[in-house]
Design a protein around this ligand. Structure first.
Ligand SMILES: NC(=O)c1ccc[n+]([C@@H]2O[C@H](COP(=O)([O-])OP(=O)(O)OC[C@H]3O[C@@H](n4cnc5c(N)ncnc54)[C@H](OP(=O)(O)O)[C@@H]3O)[C@@H](O)[C@H]2O)c1
Length: 430
């Protein structure tokens, strides 16, 4: 058997320790598949004394992860620290500058600096691999880059954040409100103490920016993603969605249109009949649509030590076996700067919920605002009447331009009989 692939691991938290455990437990299996052993020889984290539930015996410990990336006598540096800048970026840049391949699970880093890192790695004939950065254990990068290489992918979308999916699923199953379910998710360890990256859609947007690049062959551009999180989703809207035949999911959606690329993360109403409507709890799912293959659906665990380590190990096996391809499917220098479409250019159907003071003439005002923007109503739901009191009025509208929809909503929201800011949820045709 050929000489071992030597690796250094920076970061020994959930994913780092999980990766060490997997490589130890499956060393024989991995060596057989890779054609040579994969051995960890060096590690770095902040606290040397911390019990990580995995043996570090015989490994060279570095206090400084960047010094390890520079100095360790290894073939690959695995970056599992996290963060778009700072030490994680320095570790990756240093490793590449020193002629070492890089494997990372860091979506924040790739979403912001992915194109530059890929160019640097490719110029030096090195591999930058990141299967673990998107949808954890689901091998979606490999699927898009290799399995669907014969297709023009036209749309890729999915449930890319397990925390949000857990919260929305629990809200639907229990009828409870967002804040209460979030607090419970934090207590159970499904949500971070500071949940904003997850619930505000940033984490899903990082992953979507990476998927967009691999799917369409354009440079990663996180700044071009429209982002809206789930804080404003209410139990009432989830209930109305059910009545209308939908479920509410936080989706990341990237679409290649004749005018350019659309990238958006926001709560969506998806038909109950769509496969993605049934992906519940902490699970992730990604759907890719290609011109020859049609629709293909991938589902699995999007986070956690085991699933993420599984993806890191797959990248290491590829490197050990000598399998390599361009980072984002085409060489970084050949990524095309496709036009990026702003959210105002989006066209689709909408759900609108208004809390309306039940008095004569209000509905005529709402209808006039929609008519003036050429927004065509599909259905209206109003439960009972309560003259002089507030009642929810729910409408769905046919495909319309986002810009026109927002102008109509601004006008409707300014009506003094509408007592709360209007709630809108985009309806996704899947
Ligand atoms: N957790 C998941 O399920 C998951 C899934 C997909 C992708 N990811 C990505 O994987 C990466 C790691 O996530 P994680 O959940 O494993 O994080 P984590 O549990 O917080 O672990 C981070 C590790 O980095 C170490 N570290 C922090 N600052 C450091 C520094 N300056 N120098 C050296 N080491 C440093 C920490 O050291 P100490 O242990 O000594 O404090 C810790 O071992 C992130 O990019 C994350 O987005 C995570």
């Amino acid at each position: 058997m050929s000489k071992p692939l030597r690796i250094a691991v920076a970061g020994l938290g959930t994913v780092g320790a999980g990766t060490l455990r997997l490589l130890q437990q499956h060393s024989a299996l991995i060596a057989a598949r890779a054609g040579r052993p994969i051995v960890v020889t060096a590690v770095s984290a902040r606290e040397r004394g911390r019990d990580r539930g995995v043996s570090l015996e015989g490994l060279h410990w570095y206090e400084d992860a960047v010094a390890m990336a520079a100095g360790a006598d290894v073939d690959v540096v695995v970056e599992l620290i996290g963060g778009s800048d700072g030490v994680a970026k320095a570790v990756c840049e240093t490793a590449i500058a020193q002629g070492k391949h890089v494997v990372t699970a860091n979506k924040a880093l790739l979403a912001v600096h992915g194109a530059d890192l890929a160019r640097n790695a490719e110029e030096r004939g090195l591999i930058l691999a990141f299967e673990a950065a998107v949808a954890g254990g689901i091998p979606i990068i490999k699927a898009l880059r290799e399995g669907l290489a014969g297709n023009q992918v036209t749309r890729v979308y999915g449930i890319l954040n397990g925390t949000c999916n857990y919260i929305l699923t629990t809200m639907r199953e229990t009828g409870r409100e967002f804040a209460e379910v979030l607090a419970e998710a934090q207590a159970l360890g499904y949500a971070e103490a500071d949940p904003s990256f997850d619930v505000d859609g940033v984490d899903a947007a990082h992953k979507l920016a990476i998927l967009t690049s691999v799917a369409f062959g354009c440079p990663v551009n996180f700044g071009a993603v429209y982002i809206e999180g789930i804080r404003r989703v209410s139990a009432l809207d989830i209930q109305f969605a059910q009545e209308l035949g939908y479920r509410i999911k936080l989706l990341g959606i990237a679409r290649l249109t004749p005018d350019g690329v659309e990238q958006r993360v926001h709560p969506c109403m998806v038909p109950v009949s769509s496969p993605i409507a049934h992906v519940d709890g902490v699970f992730n799912a990604v759907v890719a649509e290609g011109d020859f293959v049609g629709r293909s659906v991938y589902e699995g665990r999007g986070a956690g030590a085991g699933p993420t380590a599984s993806a890191v190990a797959a990248d290491l096996v590829d490197i050990a076996a000598g399998r390599r391809g361009p980072t984002f499917g085409v060489p970084a220098a050949a990524l095309k700067n496709l036009p990026l479409l702003p959210m105002e250019r989006h066209r689709g159907a909408y759900y609108i919920r208004l809390m309306v003071l039940d008095r004569p003439g209000v509905f005529a005002d709402i209808a006039a605002a929609l008519r003036d923007e050429r927004v065509s109503m599909e259905a209206v739901l109003q439960r009972g009447r309560a003259p002089g009191e507030t009642v929810p009025v729910v409408m769905t509208v046919h495909d319309t331009d986002e810009a026109a929809m927002m102008r109509a909503i601004d006008r409707i929201g300014a009506n003094e009989a509408i007592v709360e800011p209007p709630c809108i949820v985009r309806i996704e045709a899947l």
